[in-house]
Design a protein around this ligand. Structure first.
Ligand SMILES: [Mg+2]
Length: 335
């Protein structure tokens, strides 16, 4: 990702002055973790989240910090809607737990099912998707997300094995743009769309996937793309329909995603912004969990008591503040 050249970067002391670091318990193990750590930063216009996953290097994490600065320090693009329809996100849980996890999402007509999890088989994926389809009925929408876990042959085989469940689209079935393009050619005959996620947000060139004709739609996230404005620019440049998603954010990060979804001219798909339902605790008194299948757009304010109750241990707080300082140096060109 190119380093965001956007507006001036505020002094580090201003970022650290109001920074809080939290560790939130998850209701369901996800991405191999049971707690989600996040730094929350207060700027002149409100609160923003900085929560790149722990394994991300500073050059990638710096783009997430640019997003937080943009949200907390700068006015956001105008919203064209106030309610964001969201999907339920189902981690790669055993089939017996599908009902219990989906019960956490009120009114969601669309479910994104995680598949291709390491140590699981295609039979596990088929069983999980079947259970979702049975629970949703014929009118529900089911999409799957493989996080790039298949090669082209595996993805084609999986698409056939899952065909009876009438999938809405396949998200990042393979890792590379070339593989996505090849798979898209193979699947075109039966009209199963391919969504690019990692190929947009983790790529050096987020537009390469569109240029290669490797996807039918793009998944965009406010934090990894450097903010709402930058994500809007990328969507416009791809010329493809977009789904807004998140990264197991707190409700503060979800409010950044909601601002992006609210500002997109077209929003043809339900957005992956219902993941507050995967958290067992949040930082705001009224978390952005789906109600009637939607979350509201608008800024949120953390509850001081919840920030205290879920404060990360001192050594983790120190590690996050150091990470902010390193990313700040990268953004301000002083690294
Ligand atoms: Mg994804």
């Amino acid at each position: 990702m190119t380093s965001p050249a956007s507006p001036p970067v505020p002094p580090l002391a201003d970022l650290l002055a109001g920074a809080r670091v939290v560790s939130l318990p998850l209701a369901t193990r996800f991405r191999g973790v049971e707690h989600r750590e996040a730094a929350l930063i207060e700027g002149p216009l409100g609160w923003a989240e900085f929560s790149p996953f722990l394994e991300y290097a500073d050059d990638e994490a710096a783009t997430w910090l640019a997003a937080a600065i943009d949200f907390a320090w700068h006015a956001q693009p105008e919203a064209v809607r106030t309610e964001i329809p969201v999907n339920a996100t189902l981690p790669a849980v055993p089939v017996e737990r599908v009902g219990e996890v989906l019960a956490r999402y009120d009114g969601c007509r669309t479910v994104k099912v995680k598949v291709a999890e390491r140590a699981q088989t295609l039979a596990d994926d088929v069983a999980r998707v079947r259970a979702v389809r049975e629970l949703l009925g014929p009118e529900g929408r089911v999409r799957i997300d493989a996080n790039g876990g298949w090669n082209v042959d595996e993805a084609e085989h999986a698409a056939h094995a899952l065909a009876e469940f009438d999938l809405e689209y396949l998200e990042q079935p393979c890792a590379t743009v070339a593989e996505l393009a090849e798979l898209r050619t193979r699947l075109r005959r039966w009209d199963l769309p391919i969504a690019a996620d990692e190929s947009v947000r983790k790529a050096q060139d987020p537009l390469a996937v569109a240029r290669a004709g490797a996807a039918d739609l793009v998944v965009v996230k406010a934090q990894p793309l450097g903010g709402v404005r930058r994500a809007l620019e990328i969507v416009a440049a791809t010329g493809l329909p977009a789904v807004v998603s998140s990264a197991l954010d707190t409700s503060v990060g979800l409010s950044q995603g909601a601002a992006l979804a609210a500002a997109l001219p077209d929003l043809p798909f339900d957005c992956g912004l219902g993941t507050a339902s995967l958290l067992a605790a949040d930082v705001v008194a009224d978390p952005l969990v789906p109600r009637g299948g939607a979350i509201p757009a608008g800024r949120v304010i953390p509850d001081p008591a919840l920030l205290d109750a879920h404060a990360a241990p001192p050594e983790r707080r120190a590690a996050w503040l150091e990470r902010i300082a390193r990313c700040h140096a990268l953004l301000s060109g002083t690294a």
